[in-house]
Design a protein around this ligand. Sequence first.
Ligand SMILES: Nc1ncnc2c1ncn2[C@@H]1O[C@H](COP(=O)(O)OP(=O)(O)OP(=O)(O)O)[C@@H](O)[C@H]1O
Length: 255
Amino acid sequence: MVITNPILQLKKVSISYTPGKNAVEEVSADIAEKKITAIMGPSGCGKSTLLRAINRMHELYPDIKTTGEILLNGKNILKTNPMEVRRMAGMVFQRPNPFPTMSIYDNVIAGYKLNGISLPKQEKDQLVEESLKNVGLWDEVKDSLFKKGTFLSGGQQQRLCIARALSLKPKVLLMDEPTSALDPIATNRIEELLLDLKNEFTILIVTHNMSQAARISDYSMFMYLGHLIEYDETQKMFTNPSDKRTEEYLTGQFG
Ligand SMILES: Nc1ncnc2c1ncn2[C@@H]1O[C@H](COP(=O)(O)OP(=O)(O)OP(=O)(O)O)[C@@H](O)[C@H]1O
């Protein structure tokens, strides 16, 4: 499969937590712009490890080694200022994690504060409104912007966290099982939101939920024991996988 004009390129990316033992082994893949790409695979196969490398979260731990190249818009992010990388590659985690001491308003623009960027009030107001509208939360919270983010429901909190990532206008949105802590209704809303967001953003999502990957992703990766076993259009992978291990995983024979 050839991805034309990829926004993100992984080139022989290996990541180790302990010397001599790679949790991710020479993964190469081109990621399509303004599409949803799902990363699947059994527990411990390296999905989260790979995702975290893309916004240089491993940097925070000196023992973790990343080799190879990760190009975002052609620029190697492993050689770019980590703060800049984190602006370009926003991250959303499994459990909604709004900053507990901050209001909804401050949560949305928290990335600017953390990056030491101060904005005029009017610009902040606009950004908060636009980001909350982007995630379909504006009407629900516009009268309680100065209440704590943690007062919202789980699904609303997760949409707030997505708004926080989007406010920095990232090139890529990295999502690590963003619906696994949510009920089916909240999950459904997030899935609809992601389909909407891909008009503007590129989304890379780790999911354990195969039917979710089938429902929302354009492309899918299957990882096993740190290796990228198969990467293809989602429809092709789900109907006619090339590798026996992918087929066994998709048919519930392991994982
Ligand atoms: N902080 C860490 N220190 C040492 N080893 C780690 C650390 N985090 C993950 N690993 C190891 O790296 C490998 C890949 O783990 P990773 O969490 O990336 O897998 P995963 O596919 O995302 O799993 P899951 O689906 O369970 O979240 C595993 O063998 C795991 O034990």
